[in-house]
Design a protein around this ligand. Structure first.
Ligand code: S3P
Length: 173
């Protein structure tokens, strides 16, 4: 089913905008990280600590693949979903991909709870975040069907704009 995938860096607002977008499109909202944590019965931080990032990326890929057999939804994806080529291909195949663009300054201001974000848990979170965002920006743009700037725009307004764009795209299909 043609899901609506929200992608973008940590702190871009995927989990805030997602439910509002889902409501506007009359679709359920799914948080892929929450689905993985529930299926694994452990936190994302514990999965990283116990099994490492590569194992988490495979779980992410599996969770994404599971979408094909589930009812259409707005799906918020973890910021690293674009890391694996297979996940990028699946995103494109299974739905409409919405990239929520943000800036480094905005990211650092928004990411307060670093305990749930193991990739930024080290001493120099700012440098880690900067390197990660630089390595991923091109990948986000590559898989995006729709890209939306988020800085200084309210979640409600972003949800409204994205919903309008998706409805317009679906009307011409
Ligand atoms: C990650 C982002 C997190 C979570 C995990 C890894 C990343 O999700 O999937 O900590 O690699 O950027 P959010 O983008 O929802 O914070």
């Amino acid at each position: 089913m043609n899901d609506v995938f929200l992608i973008g860096f940590m702190g871009a607002g995927k989990s805030t905008v997602g439910p509002q977008l889902a409501q506007r499109l009359s679709l359920p909202f799914v948080d892929l990280d929450a689905q993985i944590a529930a299926e694994q019965d452990r936190t994302i931080a514990d999965i990283f600590a116990e099994d490492g990032e590569a194992a988490f990326r495979r779980l992410e890929l599996d969770a994404l693949a599971s979408r094909a057999a589930r009812p259409r939804a707005v799906v918020a994806c973890g910021g690293g979903i674009v890391t694996l080529q297979e996940s990028r291909e699946l995103l494109g195949r299974l739905g409409t991909v919405v990239y929520m663009r943000t800036t480094m300054a905005e990211t650092l201001a928004r990411i307060k709870d670093r305990s749930s974000r193991p990739l930024l848990a080290g001493e120099d979170a700012a440098a880690q975040a900067e390197a990660l965002l630089a390595s991923r920006s091109g990948l986000y743009e590559e898989v995006a069907d729709i890209a939306v700037d988020t800085v200084g725009i309210s979640p409600a307004r972003i949800a409204e704009c994205v919903a309008d764009t998706i409805r317009a795209q679906e009307a011409v299909r």
